[in-house]
Design a protein around this ligand. Structure first.
Ligand code: HEM
Length: 400
């Protein structure tokens, strides 16, 4: 564990051990509610002008504590049953095929940004159908969410983005009230309208903000990271093709290897808490590093940094959280990744990275853990006349 300084000089404790994280995530002395339990927020030392304030000020289930959390999670949890998610499977498969057809129709030879052309549009399409987000809002929401996840952002840009986010959500909710559909947004609005005391308008909007952001950018990162890992570890891809491992194993290992959300939003000590030999004082902020938990050599061994689809500890990650805040969309995200990855590699078996793995540029964020772009060649690139080799660089093996 280490004391870290976030942008703007904000102090927090960063917990990196898999075992300590598992303990803290179920410890009732750890809260998500800054208004009740973060000294710096309560005193005004950190306020709305902090560029990352939206992660703290938003009042939905992910920032709620105790009974408040149960109240805010319940209406959404009823919609995310295993049965509901399983029913989406054929539609996810259909959307995947449509995107793959689009990729197959691209001109031969040029490098394709797979994040933009596949990893991003698949979760965007699934979320839009699930929540009934009309097509004319996709572009704006995409830009808002991208800025939302950037942690290297100036105050003015962050504030303008938050204003646009709330204005867009208010418009969307107003539209749905006028013309409700069979979608989750309409369902959650109906729950609120039927019983006005159960959930306030701000909580409704903030829950929707959580669902649109948490359910989308993270799934994009999962698909992006899994493709990057498999293309940089062709031996692991072979094992999947030979049936030595299943696609669900590859998804779990990708989640462990590169947590799509590297860190959680802040937590706060309700009382003094001792972690290892360090005291976290009451009112201090705590950051949980899901990315570090997945690579913890104490738990995963000295080869924790290697991508291995049959690793016995591949399911031992906290990439969907743990305890009461465990991700409501984990099953949906796993399903999207499994269908998306298996069909992508069946359809384009000769796909290669168009740059060396260490040239892939990470997002500017300590929360969102994916690449800025994922350039690939979908098929072998023809040799230039009179020159040896292919235009694709050699794929580098194993560790990153
Ligand atoms: C690969 C994709 C995903 C990853 C890595 C992911 C990760 C996480 C993590 C780590 C948490 C816990 C946050 C915390 O304890 O501070 C969480 C919570 C949550 N996730 Fe996901 N998520 C993913 C996809 C989704 C999807 C598809 C949805 C919904 C459509 C979703 C909805 C939620 C919600 C509502 C919560 C809050 C639960 C609570 O506070 O009780 N997530 N997610």
């Amino acid at each position: 564990m280490a004391e870290v300084e976030l942008p703007g000089g904000v102090k927090a404790w960063s917990v990196t051990s898999y075992e300590e994280i598992r303990k803290l995530l179920i410890d009732p002395r750890v809260s998500k509610d800054a208004y009740q339990h973060w000294n710096a927020w309560r005193s005004g030392e950190v306020g709305p002008e902090w560029p990352l304030a939206i992660w703290v000020s938003v009042q939905n289930m992910v920032t709620a504590y105790g009974e408040e959390h149960t109240r805010l999670r319940k209406p959404v949890a009823t919609a995310f049953t295993a049965r509901e998610v399983t029913a989406l499977r054929p539609r996810v498969a259909e959307l995947t095929e449509g995107l793959l057809d689009g990729l197959a129709a691209l001109p031969d030879g040029a490098a394709v940004d797979l994040r933009e052309r596949f990893a991003h549009p698949l979760p965007m399409a699934v979320m839009s159908e699930l929540f009934g987000i009309p097509a004319h809002r996709h572009g704006t929401l995409h830009r808002i969410i991208k800025t939302f996840f950037s942690t290297a952002i100036e105050r003015e840009e962050a504030q303008a983005n938050v204003e646009l986010l709330y204005a867009t959500m208010a418009d969307l909710v107003a539209e749905k009230r006028l013309a409700p559909g069979e979608d989750l947004t309409s369902l959650l609005i109906a729950v609120r309208t039927d019983d006005g005391t159960a959930i306030s308008e701000k909580e409704l909007i903030d829950n929707l903000i959580l669902l649109y952001t948490a359910g989308y950018e993270t799934t994009v990162n999962l698909i992006d990271n899994a493709v990057a890992a498999l293309l940089s570890h062709p031996g692991e891809l072979d094992r999947l093709r030979k049936g030595e491992a299943r696609w669900t194993d590859a998804v779990e290992e990708a989640l462990r290897f590169d947590a799509p959300g590297a860190h959680s939003v802040l937590r706060y000590a309700v009382e003094d808490i001792v972690v290892g030999d360090t005291l976290i004082s009451k009112g201090d902020a705590i950051m949980v590093s899901y990315a570090a938990a997945g690579r913890d050599p104490q738990w995963h061994g000295p080869e924790a940094h290697l991508f291995d689809v049959t690793r016995p500890t591949r399911r031992d990650h906290c990439s969907f959280g743990h305890g009461t805040h465990y991700c409501l969309g984990a099953q949906l995200a796993r399903m999207e990744a499994e269908i998306g990855l298996s069909r992508l590699f069946e359809r384009f078996p000769d796909m290669t990275l168009a740059v060396a793995p260490d040239e892939l540029r990470p997002q500017s964020s300590f929360i969102s853990n994916g690449h800025q772009e994922l350039p690939v060649h979908l098929a072998p690139v023809a040799r230039a006349p009179g020159r040896g080799g292919t235009a694709s660089p050699a794929v580098r093996p194993r560790s990153r």
